[in-house]
Design a protein around this ligand. Structure first.
Ligand code: MG
Length: 267
């Protein structure tokens, strides 16, 4: 199942189930409205239906609590910064106010001169959980989506910690929807690509994570409680690079879709 949040006809955002023509072939890409929050209970269709082209998707996650992110989780990415992989997962937090949806602008702040994209697989948590053993991680995962861990590379070096460099408003694009049908093993074996203005920049595979999904959930929940709707960014592969106002960045993961955002200068 692919769960999106969307706005139709200028109304309030609601949740819907995305049905792609590629799946069945006898209909256009559509979105079927559902009642309430799918993280809070069973999905119930309202009967309302739209062409996917006629709605505006927003972040598939309502960012109520936190975004937990992982640094240096691909060896080739650590190497491009002349670094090595950490001896245990390297965790940081992005504020929930950094979350935006597909198509919404990444705002280039005046304080940076080196704004980077980082395409990443994102895990959406479905249950309140603490001290989850790796072999039970699947029980707390609601689904998967795509993230861009936008980073001011210069401020990251200057500040010596990452709260500002990765925490600006708009620095956590998520989407286009949450895919709930993948197993942990399937999510850990997906091709990931990032393009800038259509030019390939990152080409990798989630199978190359240093610490795989179950270990990340075990490690994160060893110190903090995860809540439904919390998001884990699993780290970026090699090939990160700068963006400028006027650019368009797209992160694609096989089976999960594509997440495109324009970059704009701050007013
Ligand atoms: Mg990252």
């Amino acid at each position: 199942m692919r769960i999106a949040r969307y706005v139709a006809d200028g109304g309030d955002p609601g949740f819907g189930i995305v049905e792609l023509a590629a799946d069945a072939g006898d209909h256009p890409d559509t979105i079927a409205a559902i009642n309430g929050d799918p993280l809070a209970g069973p999905v119930k269709y309202t009967g309302e239906r739209h062409s996917l082209d006629d709605v505006r998707l927003v972040s598939p996650v309502i960012p109520r609590s936190k975004v937990v992110a992982i640094g240096k989780n691909y060896a080739a990415h650590a190497a491009e910064f002349h670094s090595t992989v950490p001896s245990e997962p390297l965790v940081f937090l992005k504020p929930n106010t950094s979350v935006i949806g597909p198509g919404e602008p990444i705002v280039y702040p005046p304080e940076t001169a080196d704004l980077h994209f980082e395409g990443e697989l994102a895990i959406v948590i479905g249950r309140i959980c603490r001290r989850v053993p790796a072999d039970r991680a699947a029980e707390v995962i609601f689904g998967y989506t795509i993230a861009n861990d936008v980073t001011c590379r210069d401020l990251q070096a200057k500040d010596r910690q990452w709260s500002r460099a990765k925490g600006y408003d708009s620095f956590c694009p998520l989407g286009p929807w949450i895919s709930t049908h993948l197993s942990v093993a399937e999510a850990g074996n997906l091709r990931l690509t990032t393009t800038l203005n259509g030019e390939p920049r990152q080409e990798s595979d989630t199978s190359l994570m240093v610490y795989p999904i179950p270990r990340l959930i075990e490690f994160i929940t060893s110190f903090t409680t995860l809540l439904p709707g919390d998001v884990i960014l699993t780290g970026t592969p090699h090939g990160v690079g700068p963006m400028l106002p006027g650019d368009s960045v797209t992160v694609s993961i096989d089976g999960l879709g594509s997440l495109t955002n324009p970059v704009v200068a701050e007013d």
